[in-house]
Design a protein around this ligand. Structure first.
Ligand SMILES: [Zn+2]
Length: 137
C-alpha cells in the first residue's frame, strides 16, 4: 500500500481527524475509534512502515519510549488495573491497517475482554528440539 492511501498516514497528515493523545517529531498516539476498552490508544511512527520487520531499530526504540510513557499515564490517570501491549503483524495475525502500530489496551480485573489462553498440552522435548533446529539466524 502506498502511504498516500494509508489511513494512519492520513491521520498523521491531519487529512482525517483523530483524538490525539501525544505527539513528537517521530510518533503519534491517538485514541482507537473501535476501542476494546476506555482509553484504548494506538501509537504509530509518522513514517510509513508496514510491519515490525520494516521499521528501523532507532525508530522502534523511540516509538516504544512513547508506548511506555502513555501506558504509564493511562495506568495512573484512568486508574486501570493493567494493560495489554498488542502489536499485530501481517493479516494472519490480525493486522488490518498496514501501517506499523502498537495498541495500548487498558484492562480492569474481570473486564471479560480477552485472555491469551495457555494450551493444556505441554510440548514434548522432541517437538521443542525440532522447531529450535529451524530457528537459526
Ligand atoms: Zn501509513
Amino acid at each position: 500500500m502506498k502511504s498516500e492511501d494509508c489511513i494512519f498516514c492520513k491521520i498523521t497528515r491531519r487529512e482525517i481527524p483523530s483524538k490525539i493523545v501525544y505527539e513528537n517529531n517521530l510518533n503519534l498516539a491517538f485514541l482507537d475509534i473501535f476501542p476494546i476498552s476506555k482509553g484504548h490508544t494506538i501509537v504509530i511512527p509518522k513514517n510509513h512502515y508496514s510491519t515490525l520487520e520494516d521499521i528501523p531499530d532507532n525508530e522502534l526504540t523511540e516509538l516504544y519510549k512513547v508506548v511506555k510513557k502513555i501506558a504509564s499515564m493511562i495506568h495512573e490517570k484512568l486508574q486501570t488495573d493493567g494493560y495489554n501491549i498488542l502489536q499485530n503483524n501481517f493479516t494472519a495475525a490480525g493486522q488490518v491497517v498496514k501501517h506499523f502500530h502498537v495498541h495500548i489496551i487498558p484492562r480492569k480485573f474481570d473486564d471479560d475482554k480477552f485472555r491469551v489462553k495457555i494450551p493444556r498440552n505441554q510440548a514434548t522435548e522432541a517437538d521443542l528440539n525440532n522447531v529450535l533446529k529451524k530457528m537459526e539466524f
